[in-house]
Design a protein around this ligand. Structure first.
Ligand SMILES: Cc1cc2nc3c(=O)[nH]c(=O)nc-3n(C[C@H](O)[C@H](O)[C@H](O)COP(=O)(O)OP(=O)(O)OC[C@H]3O[C@@H](n4cnc5c(N)ncnc54)[C@H](O)[C@@H]3O)c2cc1C
Length: 464
């Protein structure tokens, strides 16, 4: 039996990053992972496979919609779904193997199997109990269920995101339940490949929690791309007959009941922490009333020597948030000062146009009682965006009206997911909008739109 300084349970972006940082800090580390490959939800059935399909379907969409405009003439390529699935699988494999390489490089043991916390300092995997000074719970999340909608990924008709990534064929029709990030991304993939996609959302707007103007613009643009939206609708049930699904929903405004049929139904109403079989009750680890592992601001649970990070705890369910917590928890365990700035965690939706957001929305900034100013710049004024046929969209920057300090930024447009980091760095340094506005930006880049939004908060944008 080996004994470790740290055993991390779960090898997702939270767990594997935590393990690597702990090993770099001189700790003897093992990671318990029950899945056959490392990388967790993110690399296996989340961020990475979805982005591979988004990339491939975007290329196809470009070929069908914009190639001829640029003088690239000829037949639209045919879709070979099996090859596209193979490309996605290869992308996943190179990434999961990459984590295996990093484990070897950092002398981290991968204990294969499902871990149970027997007691503080004791993790059981199969018949073996491993001793360790500290334990980090990084067991991630699973799709949330919805009453009346039974997911059967093997059947392939009513699926969750995991099933939607491996459909046997491209469906003619699809209903997506839930207009959050996962539903819109996977809905976009299939819409671009020719599926008639209808998104049903309980709330009256898509992407709950995002800036209201961004919500409206994204819905408009996705509708132009062929996605239908039914908002303010509560799904009652979904049933399957002869391989076709029927979804029943009620409109909240008048309680009227409606039905819609589809070849595939994707349930995408959110995710919940995955803590099954982990032995938390026996070990005395407390949960929040939302079923997350309860932690303090140093990722410590109520049981000394047991920590928790990532989707298993409160906060946005994002890979980079899990990574940051993983690094910080490893540092705290090693006696250093781990820190995560929860005010500066970007969120990205990888549709076309991309959406990226950090910090406060305009509404939240106003609710906080500050005097707020808003600078906006449309991508129609950005030469690079127009050359890419992506002039729809804008950058919206929020700053404190008295101090000019940047409080948030919301971008809908090309490369939004990359551009947001300039604002993240600015916010980490407590920058003013003027700091961004006075920074020289290369031309022609889409990032110039960020500078223009910052200029709009002061002396005025140039290209409007
Ligand atoms: C379709 C989809 C797309 C997404 N796209 C993005 C995106 O673009 N960007 C982004 O930031 N986030 C995205 N996410 C969310 C992201 O995947 C998660 O936030 C992230 O994976 C959480 O990391 P984690 O380390 O907390 O847990 P996970 O990645 O869920 O990893 C947990 C691991 O723990 C293992 N495990 C659980 N219990 C045990 C046990 N008892 N013993 C051993 N092993 C165990 C599991 O097998 C799993 O491998 C997406 C999610 C989905 C589903």
């Amino acid at each position: 039996m080996s004994s470790y300084d740290l055993i991390v349970i779960g090898a997702g972006p939270g767990g594997y990053v935590c393990a690597i940082r702990a090993a770099q800090l001189g700790q003897k580390v093992a990671v318990v992972e029950g899945r056959g490959t490392l990388g967790g939800t993110c690399l296996n059935v989340g961020c990475i496979p979805s982005k591979a399909l988004l990339h491939a379907s975007h290329m196809y969409h470009e070929a069908g919609h914009n190639f001829e405009k640029m003088g690239l003439m000829g037949e639209l390529p045919e879709i070979d779904w099996n090859v596209m699935q193979g490309y996605k699988a290869e992308t996943v494999e190179t990434n999961t193997k990459g984590i295996e390489f990093l484990f070897k490089k950092n002398k981290i043991d991968w204990i294969k199997g499902w871990g149970v916390i027997e007691a503080p300092g004791k993790v059981k995997v199969g018949d073996t109990v491993y001793d360790t000074k500290n334990i980090v719970i990084a067991t991630g999340s699973e799709p949330s269920p919805l009453k009346g909608v039974e997911v059967d990924n093997d059947g392939g008709t009513i699926v969750d995101s995991t099933g939607a990534l491996v459909l046997a064929k491209i469906p003619e029709t699809m209903v997506v339940i839930g207009a959050g990030v996962i539903g819109l991304e996977l809905g976009s993939v299939y819409a671009r490949l020719g599926t008639k996609v209808t998104v049903i959302e309980y709330l009256d707007a898509i992407t709950p929690g995002m800036d209201a103007e961004i919500q409206k613009q994204l819905q408009r643009t996705l509708a132009k791309q062929g996605l239908d939206f039914v908002l303010g609708a509560a799904v009652q049930s979904a049933s399957v007959k002869d391989g076709k699904a029927t979804v029943t929903y009620k409109l909240r405004k008048d309680d009227s009941e409606h039905q819609i049929q589809a070849d595939v139904v994707l349930l995408a109403t959110g995710r919940r922490p995955f803590l099954n079989g982990l032995g938390l009750e026996g070990a005395g680890v407390a949960l929040t009333d939302r079923g997350q592992v309860a932690i303090d601001d140093h990722w410590r649970t109520n049981v000394p020597g047991i920590y928790a990070i990532g989707d298993a705890v409160a906060g946005p369910m994002l890979a980079h948030k899990a990574e940051d917590e993983g690094m910080a928890a490893a540092e705290v365990i090693a006696g250093k000062a781990g820190h995560v700035n929860y005010n500066v965690i970007p969120g990205v939706i990888y549709t076309i146009p991309e959406v990226a957001s950090v910090g406060l929305t305009e509404a939240a900034a106003k609710e906080s009682g500050r005097k707020v100013k808003v600078g906006k710049f449309p991508f129609m004024g950005n030469a690079r965006a127009k050359a890419m046929f992506q002039g729809d969209g804008f950058v919206k920057m929020i700053a404190d009206a008295e101090t000019d300090r940047v409080l948030g930024c919301h971008i809908i447009g090309p490369n939004a997911g990359e551009m947001i980091h300039e604002v993240c760095v600015a916010m980490e340094f407590g920058a003013s909008a003027e700091d961004i506005a006075m920074t020289c930006h290369a031309h022609p880049t889409t990032s110039e739109a960020v500078r223009e939004a910052a200029l709009a908060l002061g002396g005025g944008a140039i290209h409007v």
